[in-house]
Design a protein around this ligand. Structure first.
Ligand SMILES: C[S@@+](CC[C@H](N)C(=O)[O-])C[C@H]1O[C@@H](n2cnc3c(N)ncnc32)[C@H](O)[C@@H]1O
Length: 419
């Protein structure tokens, strides 16, 4: 028989779930669009797909076909994936019919026969009665009444060699958001159009030093109603610091693969490389390094990571510069990266940037010899072969490790002949 406390607990969760569903029926996220044109990485961009594949599975040969679950897909994410991966089977789930309707319209417009949509809570993902090679769940589990229940349910439908992209909010960079969520609660603000309009007007007068300011200026979410409501008026929102995130995924049977973009978490990248603390930072274990960098940077808004089942993740998912296997890795330049040739530091011939980094201290100056090697990266030659182009120290190990740490390249480690 259920105890008194169990009887009282159940309705609270149901009330929360109902409030979240009602919120997303009223404010589908992101604001619905009627075109997929202009979205990053168009469907015919095979190189982008190869890079994405090896980001998730460095040691698995590239393949176009796979099953992808987009859990909590919102208005556009599932359609975007179905278009980018025409040979994949994509299933999008959400609890908001309004969001699914927006996705359905894109499906019809672009003839996305490989996309299936289901009105289904993440917590009930097992009802899909299949497992997926890839699960993408971004911006969702931190909104669930019990995030552990949601992530455990996703873990159950992750195929044995599957990989998951999970994104959750981070606390420190969003401090201003949480101040204003509490403020809204004190005022009893709801999320009607009139209340959102008034809130947007009040934010225009926010004192300049308020911690929300950088977000108001830079985040696209604050430029439209659904984004503003999602950030400031959400009925349920729980951020995770790095240690909380790592404990969360471990509790739910998942192991950490890598950060989607790792440079901000690494003391070897950006300003921390030059501080007197660098030696102390790199002496920490990896988890403590990530935690320290989150505290030092102070501006991280979210954590986006690639995860595996904890009963499957083997050495094959990890890139390593120990031993000799790294010489057989085939580097692939990420499509978004650029090389700047102006205002260079002395002795440098270029500065490599990944524009998806929001931290302006993360960039990689390279010499003329290094630049020639970087320009020779063709997705065919291994590190060992590329290192013969110039006399690089350590046969290129330091250069390719730095390129990888700085999110300039990923590796195809599926063909490990060092030639
Ligand atoms: C902030 S939006 C993110 C949408 C999308 N993942 C993206 O990154 O663009 C959160 C989405 O999760 C959905 N959602 C919330 N709780 C859910 C649940 N229990 N099961 C499935 N979807 C849920 C909402 O309806 C909404 O569409």
């Amino acid at each position: 028989m259920a105890s008194q406390s169990e009887v009282e607990a159940a309705p609270t969760e149901v009330v929360a779930a109902t409030a979240i569903r009602a919120f997303y029926e009223q404010h589908p996220y992101p604001g619905p669009v009627d075109t997929l044109d202009g979205q990053r990485a168009e469907s015919n961009d095979r190189h982008a797909r190869i890079c994405e594949h090896h980001l998730f599975w460095p040691a698995e040969p590239f393949r176009e076909s796979r099953s992808i679950l987009i859990a909590g897909c919102g208005t556009v994410q599932a359609a975007r994936h179905a278009r980018r991966w025409p040979q994949a089977r994509v299933v999008g789930t959400d609890i908001s019919e309004a969001s699914l309707r927006a996705t359905r319209a894109l499906k019809e417009r672009y003839g996305l026969g490989n996309l299936e949509l289901r009105l289904l809570p993440i917590e009930e993902s097992e009802k899909l009665a299949e497992t997926f090679d890839q699960i993408i769940c971004t911006g969702v589990v931190h909104h669930l009444p019990d995030p552990d229940v949601g992530l455990e349910a996703l873990r159950k439908v992750l195929a044995p060699n599957g990989a998951m992209h999970l994104m959750v909010y981070a606390p420190y960079g969003r401090a201003g958001v949480y101040l204003l969520q509490d403020y809204a609660q004190l005022l009893g603000l709801g999320s009607t159009q009139a209340e959102i309009r008034d809130f947007a007007a009040a934010l225009k007068f926010l004192p300049k030093g308020h911690p929300l300011w950088p977000l108001l200026r830079n985040s696209p979410d604050f430029q439209y109603d659904a984004g503003l409501a999602d950030a400031l008026l959400h009925p349920q929102d729980r951020p995770y610091s790095v240690p909380e995130f790592l404990a969360f995924i471990a509790r739910c049977g998942l192991s950490f693969g890598r950060w989607l973009r790792q440079a901000p978490y690494l003391p070897d990248c950006g300003a921390s490389h030059s501080t007197p603390h660098h030696a102390r930072l790199v002496a920490l274990d990896a988890a403590a390094q990530y935690a320290a960098m989150e505290l030092y940077r102070g501006t991280m808004l979210r954590h986006s990571a690639i995860l595996y089942r904890n009963d499957e993740a083997g050495a094959d998912t990890a890139i390593s510069f120990e031993g000799a296997a790294w010489q057989g890795y085939i580097p692939l330049r990420l499509p978004e990266t650029i090389c700047v040739d102006e205002k260079l530091p002395p002795g440098k011939a270029g500065v490599l940037i990944n524009p998806l980094h929001t931290d302006t201290d993360i960039y990689l100056p390279i010499t003329a010899a290094e630049k020639r090697v970087v320009e020779a990266i063709d997705g065919k030659r291994s590190i060992a072969a590329l290192a013969t182009i110039e006399r690089l120290p350590e046969s290129g190990r330091a250069l390719f490790q730095r390129l990888w740490q700085h999110d300039q390249i990923v590796f195809d480690a599926s063909r490990r002949s060092a030639g």
